[in-house]
Every structure is written in C-alpha cells, then in structure tokens.
Design a protein around this ligand. Structure first.
Ligand code: F6P
Length: 320
C-alpha cells in the first residue's frame, strides 16, 4: 500500500513538520510514503519520489515546504488530471494527503471522484480562511512573524512620533490583521469583515494624543485595499506623519512555532486514522474547540468562511 503527500497553494510554516510526521506515520503503519514535488504541477509531470527517514530528518524547524508547492491551471483540464492519475497508478498510490487551502481540496475532490482515489486535506494556510476549522497550519507562526515586525515598527514609531500603517496578508480574510491588532495593541484595525467608524476612532485617538500618546499603529488587511487610504486619513485627520509597511511574504516564512509543530503532528495523525479506516475518503481534518474531527469536502466547498464573531467582539470591546 502506498500513500503520497503534496503541498498546494501558498506555502506556510508547519508544512515541513507535517511532512516529517507523514513519513513517520506511513512507515510505522506499514505504508510506502511518497513525495509529490511542486504540488499539482509535479503530480502532472510525474515528479514523484519514494521518501524515507533521511528525507525528513532535520526539517522540523524549517519554514516553507521542502517538497515545493504550486498553483496549477493545467489541473482544471481533464487531460492533465488523467495524466496525473496514470503517474499515481504506476506506483500503486491510491491515497493522497494534501497540505493546502480549500481551492486545493476542491481540485482533489474532483480528481479523486473521477479516479476512485482517497484523499485527506490538512488545512494549511496563513490566511485561516477555510470553512469549518478554527485553525489552519501556519497561522500561529505567521502571527508571530507579524508580532516581531510590529514590535520593531513600534520602536521607530515611538521615537519619531509617527503613525504606521501595517498591511497584512490574508486575501479576503481579516483574521491576521484582527488578531495582530488585538495582540499588538494597535489603535486601528481595518478588515473586510468589519465596518470602521473612523469618526469615532478619530475622537478616541486625538484624546489619547492630548493625553500623551506619541504614535499610532493601524493594522490593515490586504483584502480591504485601504492601506493608502488609511495613510492619507492619518495624515489629514490625526495630523501625524505616516509611513506604510507592507509585510508581504515575510509572513509566510520563519521557523514553525511550537504550536504549529504540535498541530502538524496531530493533523497528520488524524489524517492517517481517517484515510485508513474509511473505505471511501474525501475528507478534511478540522480543528474546533480543542478537538479534531472530519468534514466532507462538499460541506467545505459549499460554505464560505466567516471570521469568529467572538474575536470581533474582543476588538470592539476595547476600541469601538
Ligand atoms: O493564500 C496565502 C497568501 O499568502 C495570501 O495571504 C496572499 O494574498 C497570497 O497567498 C499571495 O500569493 P503569492 O505568493 O502568489 O504572491
């Protein structure tokens, strides 16, 4: 029996620990482990190689993914999916573990239905925007990368009496900006899921400045496209010289945090339990209220992620 793993879409810290636990679980459970390099593109182009302990020793602390990742347009085409299937068939691989987001899971759902394969999805994206799970691998490390950056920005902001607008990633999801705003004590947070009452914020911030505040931090989620607008607003309404920092791909790198290593271990264990005990398996391992469970890919595909309302309340309680 053989099982393969690949990463798909945006890489994140936590993928390498997951890859290490994948090889260990496979060998201990009597399965032949394979790596598919460079995501779906590598699956189409037959970049598949048997893995062993040597491949995964010394990778637990590395960010990114040692097996590479990609976003594949070709996989939308049946001709290439058939080619991908032939590559797996030659190696007797009928089980797949996918580290990625809901786009990758949807692609796998189609593929595995067409060719009678089993797959398990492990949510792995810094965006934390997958329906049905409160946690995706990589989020904790990304939040810590943001925290380090914001802590540094605060030093210079304070020295110069300036405002800083810090833009985080996350596509349409404001999770990274929201949690970073709360945990960095930012004065403003602009995310797609929340209407900002800037008049109210202005009164609060001006009062704080009157009361000795020297600088202002504003976290903006990239999905709002409001970074430049907030710079102009801070200069005009708050009268502070303002600089912009777009954190960009720094947020995707860094050594996996302790939490992401632990979560990788558990996500993979749950994935193996599921794929070995279900005769038909097209499921995603999800994590809610400190418990792991499985969700059908259809449920994930047909619902849209919503940000945790308790988190929104937590922010509003102090600032809105
Ligand atoms: O989905 C992960 C993510 O890092 C998003 O937060 C971001 O919008 C996007 O990927 C960036 O994509 P790329 O690496 O292709 O520039």
């Amino acid at each position: 029996m053989a099982i393969a793993i690949f990463s798909s879409g945006g890489d994140c810290a936590g993928m390498n620990p997951a890859i290490k636990y994948f090889v260990e679980n496979a060998i201990f459970r009597g399965l032949k482990p394979y790596f598919i390099y460079d995501g779906l593109e590598g699956l189409i182009d037959n970049r598949i190689k048997e893995a062993n302990f040597g491949d995964v020793s010394g990778i637990i602390h590395l960010g990114g993914t040692i097996i590479g990742s990609s976003r594949s347009k070709r996989f939308y085409n049946y001709k290439y999916r058939k080619q991908a299937y032939e590559n797996l068939k030659k190696l007797n691989i009928d089980k797949l573990i996918v580290l990625g987001g809901d786009g990758s899971f949807r692609a796998m759902n189609i593929f595995c239905s067409e060719f009678n394969l089993k797959f398990i999805g492990i949510p792995a994206t810094i965006d934390n925007d997958i329906y049905g799970t409160q946690y995706c691998l990589g989020v904790d490390t990304a939040l810590n990368m943001i925290r380090i950056a914001v802590d540094s920005i605060r030093d210079t902001a304070n020295s110069f009496k300036r405002a800083f607008v810090v833009e985080t990633m996350g596509r349409e999801c404001g999770y990274l900006a929201l949690v970073s705003a709360i945990t960095s004590g930012a004065e403003l947070c602009i995310i797609p899921e929340m209407d900002a009452d800037l008049n109210k914020s202005k009164k609060r911030i001006l009062k704080e400045i009157e009361n000795g505040r020297r600088y202002v931090l504003c976290m903006v989620a990239e999905g709002t496209k409001a970074t430049q607008k907030m710079k102009e607003w801070l200069e005009k309404e708050i009268a502070l010289e303002t600089r912009v920092t777009v954190l960009g791909h720094i947020q995707r790198g860094g050594n996996p945090s302790v939490y992401d290593r632990l979560m990788a271990r558990e996500f993979i264990k749950e994935g193996f339990d599921a794929i070995l005990s279900n005769s038909e398996c097209k499921k995603v391992v999800v994590y809610n209220k400190s418990k792991f469970s499985l969700l059908d890919i259809e449920t994930i595909a047909s619902n849209r992620y919503k940000i945790d309302t308790e988190l929104l309340e937590l922010y509003k309680r102090d600032y809105e």
